[in-house]
Unconditional design. Structure first.
Length: 394
């Protein structure tokens, strides 16, 4: 199997898995218990917190463990909205192509009386700082913009946007789930107030993540219960998952430069070779992009059919076409970068990890053109395009 859906989730690294084992076996105490077994677990938990903090250039007290990226995003938004409401501020700014963990949470906020401005991301898939400057008002309580997009991998000017927000006294949150463990993320340098991350996107386990909260930001509870995480996030800590996540992050930082060099060479080979398919387009900026993200559209095909046929070749890929999730709408990300519906439907996302090899990439480079031309032969739309009854849009 050639696994190229690493933006969806990743394999747990051998080191992360190994780090997890003692916590499932000898060190199974509840980290809140005062006895030796509990305190042993507590030591592992706090060590993991320090490791995470060091990897992000944060203080240990600024790291709050959660169940993953979705919870972290919800928590950050809820915090900024409650604080905003207390001060009579009810305006939020985000981008048009955030993850649903942000977009759907903001839809709920709109129902509660908040207004939301969605900044455009243009053809390149990058927010313009000038647009943020224009959109921000005295009523703005939160700006939330992702660090790297999960579908097209484009990297946003977070540092510049955080600066604009601070000049106006506005809280800035970034969903860095796709960035952490893949490119350098330094919370102090970025100047963000809150930052979301998730273990399973960088070879840690699923169901564990963290929210970085800068000292001084008033953090509200999402849930009520015990006194864990400084009284802010109740529930017995997932120590095994947390330790594995910290191990995976530390590991990824140590090998990042070497891994990224390989990923870029594999990704660029995919772009070079698959761009020769006629009527195709690269989605999003090619330069300001995560090393492991490839995303292209091919005119006249359906993404789902492409995925199913690639699966027959043993290739696990992803598409921006959302039919499989019960909706006929193509990806909001691809529409946000201005793709017409029919082109957005014919998209292919391949997201690489350190476990991929050039041999695998070569197999993909041989399979994709065959599959695309096979699908085009069967497509009534492609037939019309060929006969000139319909105009090519790419
Ligand atoms: C995966 C992802 C999330 C959700 O994280 P989970 O840990 O799966 O809840 C949020 N934002 C982005 C950008 C993601 O890629």
């Amino acid at each position: 199997m050639i696994y190229l859906d690493n933006a969806g989730t990743t394999k747990v690294s051998a080191k992360a898995k190994e780090a997890m084992l003692p916590l499932l076996d000898e060190v199974y105490g509840n980290a809140s218990s005062l006895h030796t077994a509990g305190q042993e677990a507590k030591t592992y938990l706090e060590e993991a917190r320090s490791t995470m903090a060091k990897c992000l250039n944060a203080e240990a007290g600024e790291i709050f463990f959660t169940s993953g990226g979705t919870e972290s995003d919800n928590w950050a938004i809820e915090t900024a909205c409650r604080y905003g409401k207390m001060r009579g501020k009810t305006h939020i700014i985000t981008s048009a192509f955030e993850h649903h963990a942000v977009l759907h949470t903001l839809e709920e906020k709109e129902k509660q009386g908040f207004t939301v401005t969605y900044l455009p991301v243009y053809k390149e898939g990058i927010v313009h700082v000038a647009d943020l400057k224009k959109a921000i008002t005295d009523n703005t309580c939160l700006v939330t913009i992702m660090l790297a997009n999960n579908e097209i991998g484009t990297i946003q000017p977070i540092k510049e946007m955080a600066k604009v927000c601070h000049e106006r006294g506005v809280i800035f949150h970034t969903d860095a789930v796709q960035a952490v463990g893949h490119i350098g993320v330094d919370v102090k340098d970025l100047g963000v107030d809150m930052l979301s991350l998730s273990g399973h996107k960088f070879h840690g386990p699923k169901g564990v993540g963290a929210l970085y909260v800068k000292k001084g930001v008033p953090l509200f509870n999402l849930m009520q219960g015990g006194a864990q995480e400084k009284n802010k996030r109740p529930g017995t800590e997932n120590v095994a998952g947390i330790v594995a996540m910290a191990t995976a992050l530390n590991e990824s930082l140590g090998e990042m430069e070497k891994v990224n060099k390989r990923l870029i060479s594999m990704r660029d080979k995919l772009f070079d070779k698959l761009s020769t398919i006629p009527h195709s387009v690269i989605n999003g900026s090619k330069s300001q992009r995560l090393p492991g993200n490839f995303n292209m559209s091919f005119e006249g095909i359906e993404g789902e059919s492409l995925l199913l046929l690639l699966d027959d070749y043993g290739i696990c890929a992803s598409s921006g076409s959302a039919c499989t999730s019960g909706s006929l709408d193509p990806s909001h990300v691809l529409l946000a970068i201005g793709l017409p519906h029919e082109v957005a439907h014919g998209s292919l996302r391949l997201t690489l990890s350190k476990y991929n090899t050039m041999e695998e990439i070569n197999k993909v480079i041989s399979a994709v053109p065959k599959v695309v031309s096979h699908l085009r032969k069967m497509s009534p739309v492609w037939d019309e395009l060929e006969k000139g009854e319909r105009k090519h849009v790419i």
